[in-house]
Design a protein around this ligand. Sequence first.
Ligand code: BGC
Length: 711
Amino acid sequence: MDNKTIAGRVQALLAEMTLEEKAAQMVQVPVPFVGHEEALRWARLGAGSFLHVLGDEAREIQKAAIEESRLGIPVIFGIDAIHGHGLNDHATIFPTQLAAACSWNPDVAYTMGRVTAREVATDGLHWTFSPVLCLGRDTRWGRIDETFGEDPYLAGEMGVAIIRGYQGDDLSDGEHILACAKHYIGYGEAVGARDACDTEMTYRKLREVFLPPFKKAVDAGVGSVMTAYGAIDGTPFTIDSVSLKDILRGELGFDGFVVTDWDNVNSLVRRQHVAETAEQASVMAAKAGNDMIMTSTQFYDAVIRAVRAGELEESVLDEAVRHILTVKLRMNLFEKPEKTGRPGCLGCAEHLAAARDAADRSLVLLANDGVLPLQPSVRKVAVIGSNADDIRAQYGDWTYFTHPTPNPAHEPVRPYVTVKEGVEAACAKRGMACVYHRGCSVMDGEDEDIAGAVGAAKDADAIVLVVGDVIEQTGEEKDRAVLELSGRQMELFDALRALGIPLITVLVASKPLAVGRAATDADAFLCAFNGGMFGGEAVAKAIFGELNPSGRLPISFPRASGQVPVYYNSLPGWHRQAGKGYCDLPDTPLYAFGEGIGYSAFAYDGLTFDEKTLEAGVNVTNTGRMTGTETVQAYFRDVVSSVLTPVRQLIAFRQVMLAPGETAHVTFRFARGDFSLVNRREQRVTEPGEFVLMIGHSSRDEDLLKASFRL
Ligand code: BGC
């Protein structure tokens, strides 16, 4: 259907709708909270959307909406399919966004989106509240796992790819679903990483750092945007018409619909105290540009009363409903209210293969003194640590048994492979012995047995110690003030280290923890984050050399909690010259953005940059003994600028796979706008003057070749 036909149909529908039907169209009903009967009542009233409902229950609600509401407008069902359609027990579970971002490979994100869309569509649903385009800069925040890391460029590239996977080229296609860019905007920037609190944000900073991924999402045609819980300069983002109307609609040209986050309207009254009543809050939310109201069902009565009392123009509702109906028509819901999906595709072989590939590419090797891959002379491996065999910890947040709280009623559904199982299988294949001991729990527990773990490991030839965090330390309202390893994990590490046996530390966690000597004093350190179904298998393959880890960090690792935030693209400062840090610690991270070594080594030379064509070239050689994939990273710095600009900022990357000894000439073509900043008048401009282009292996200064140029 073309845009003109859609606009005509929307207009015709709007002309028929009563005030009540318009208000109902803007409401999104939380099915598990209101219950099935109440959900059906809302469907008959003409509610526009429902969330957190699956399969046949969704079908029944849809039937009520179509057959029993006056106008029969189809409902749109939303679900948090965050790393796979995880709230369905039988879905394919991918690595989290953070883990997937370690691949630095937009194809991985695209495939995650594509597979997830198909599984969601098959379940009778239309819309995922994904991707998260917040930046993971303050790693104390509980939702770091949901981000694509700390950098706006990388987050934007991965975000666009997953949106394309979800939405395809045509939203009316039976296997594609609506994506939702969230949380608009600056949610991750809460002061002290206190979830959903205020931010130290200005509009200039918002435009400079946080807007670019959302701009890319809008340019890629994302159909919905969710507001953030936080606030900018004292105004909750949910009622901030500057960011919602002037910037999102006006400047970016967003033409989908905006949905609030969970109960954001009531939070204006109860938590943020900027409105006295639900009615006031509802009017504020509608006026600021929210089209759909998640879960705050009081909105319905409130806006009807407000319009009747002359406190809210009905045209405000018309505009919101126009946005919602336009998307529903683009999705062809009036003709086909249920997506076709692909029956039987949940957890099918093709989808599992995609999850496996994503897990493989998400693994980051950060240190290796030569112990990895393990040599055939190793005859016995000891796997230690409770996270080596905790599928909930491996999956992380947003699955059927981990969100919002661990749900013991749901048994983990196979297939999945923990680190313990992966290493056991790899050892069995090679005729090696393998023992497992949990040692201690991740948080303080009662059944700690460090001595038992030491006993189990003492005659092994190699120890694989898995440390990390658990689901109780991850997610909404689960921010951490202390990022050092919790419980007795460090004690366990020290006891095992004292055995003098080669020791490989593996991190299964939702975020970069302050792992300290558990990484630096180990013989090797592998970062797996939350690798999804096959995260454990990927670790085992890397340990035995079946996989050459190619991941690179999308986020920096702190040396200690007090160093956070430690993101690479910080602004320069008078007392922050290179090499000078805190008086008790350097200010460089333990592992930097972009870092990752794998089993190959890459040498860079011959950087060229042409000021006229803005073309750069560099030679990259695999100097190792294994075929490997290198991620060639390009950063720039504006040498003198009207406002402080980052010490370096990523502007491009490319992956090349090279055989031992092979050299590739990697080229980049830039545009003037790639070297831009946001000035004090909040305009994005490229200021003439001197710049430095930096290309190399990671964001670390010593890993980058540099070329100066003028624009
Ligand atoms: C989260 C959103 C999520 C929504 C619906 C909120 O609490 O912040 O990310 O999509 O709930 O589950």
